[in-house]
Ligand binder design. Structure first.
Ligand code: ADE
Ligand code: ZN
Length: 331
């Protein structure tokens, strides 16, 4: 069989994808028109050019501008439904999807509408395809000018007040440089007290220290990216022995400029070191990828065998927060 047939036949789980980073080009353009958002490109070609990021901070700037097209409950329902259906079409059976309620609340979108929208989209996609998705509410790290402890506290409040059964975890994303993880310790403790899992981004744009802090101060159950863990052999040992998984997204790392090319991507080394890892898409349309493409890149550009790639797909099931019987059913 071809690589494509092999990848398509693999039942997959996605553990690291952002809802706001999953807007299809046509959806960005349509919502920008509907709400008359005027600092967004107006053609798909211009949008592609807009998504050519100079560096990670440039990516974050574009991200913060792009989300302005999301204005009401229907927008969030549409985005959640489209995102889940897009995953289902790639033979993804289950997904844990980040979204960042604070950045919408701060723009004046009623927080009830954000949650009502994403929950409606989640239910519609489940009814249509049986794909099961869960939410990870993400704290936007390093919002310019914001009181970060307040932002973190608010995000946990939203998750526990409006999340219902859809929210399974708390994360922190955005900038890492200049945003030390220990300041989020109280917010993560409150979230964990409420039964949420801890899935911070760390070791994407800053080094091993951020990953250590995420383990020691935030009780990380998994780490978003974590590729810079290789800077510290003691950290690699810790991830391996305590079985703390890294959610790895190769194309994201290339497109934000934190890794130069596929040939120098650390995923094969992490696998060889025995670190638990899975393969993920992060912000697929913004990075010109899909989860399917990430699996194809793993085969063709990272030099992983089909057996290893199949193991990565099974690893994502194991690293998910599904119950043991649900995991069993997916394997
Ligand atoms: N938010 C969306 N994508 C992100 C990434 N790759 N890193 C940090 N925060 C993000
Ligand atoms: Zn991410």
């Amino acid at each position: 069989v071809s690589d494509e047939q092999f990848v398509d036949a693999l039942p997959k789980v996605e553990l690291h994808v952002h809802l706001e980073g999953s807007m299809l080009p046509g959806t960005v353009l349509a919502l920008a028109r509907r709400h008359q958002v005027d600092d967004i490109p107006t053609t798909e070609a211009a949008l592609r050019e807009w998504y050519a990021f100079k560096d990670f901070n440039h990516f974050l700037e574009v991200y913060r501008t792009a989300v302005k097209v999301l204005r009401d409950e229907d927008d969030f329902a549409l985005l959640a439904r489209e995102t889940a259906l897009g995953l289902a079409a790639q033979n993804v059976r289950y997904a844990e999807i980040y979204f960042t309620p604070y950045i919408h609340a701060m723009r004046g979108v009623p927080i009830e509408d954000v949650f009502a929208g994403v929950e409606r989209g989640r239910a519609e996609a489940y009814a249509a395809t049986g794909i099961d998705i869960r939410w990870i509410t993400d704290i936007p790290g390093g919002l310019p000018g914001a009181d970060m402890r307040m932002v973190a506290e608010r995000t946990v409040e939203y998750a526990t007040t409006y999340g219902g059964t859809g929210v399974i975890g708390i994360g922190v994303g955005g900038a890492e440089v200049g945003v030390p993880r220990p300041q989020f310790a109280e917010a993560f403790a409150a979230a964990r007290q409420a039964g949420l899992r801890s899935i911070p981004h760390a070791g994407e744009t800053s080094g091993a220290r951020t990953v250590w802090d995420s383990i020691e101060h935030l009780g990380a159950d998994r780490i978003g990216h974590g590729i810079r863990s290789l800077d510290d052999p003691a950290l690699i040992e810790r991830l391996r022995t305590d079985r703390i998984p890294l959610d790895v997204s190769p194309t994201s790392n290339l497109r934000t400029g934190v890794v130069a090319d596929y040939a120098s991507h650390p995923l094969p080394t992490l696998i060889a070191e025995g670190v638990p890892v899975s393969l993920n898409s992060d912000d697929p349309p913004m990075f010109g990828t899909t989860l399917r493409d990430e699996y194809l890149h793993a085969l063709r550009d990272l030099g992983l065998s089909r057996a290893t790639v199949a193991e990565l797909a099974a690893a994502a099931v194991h690293h998910s927060f599904l119950t043991p019987d649900r995991k069993e059913a997916l394997l």
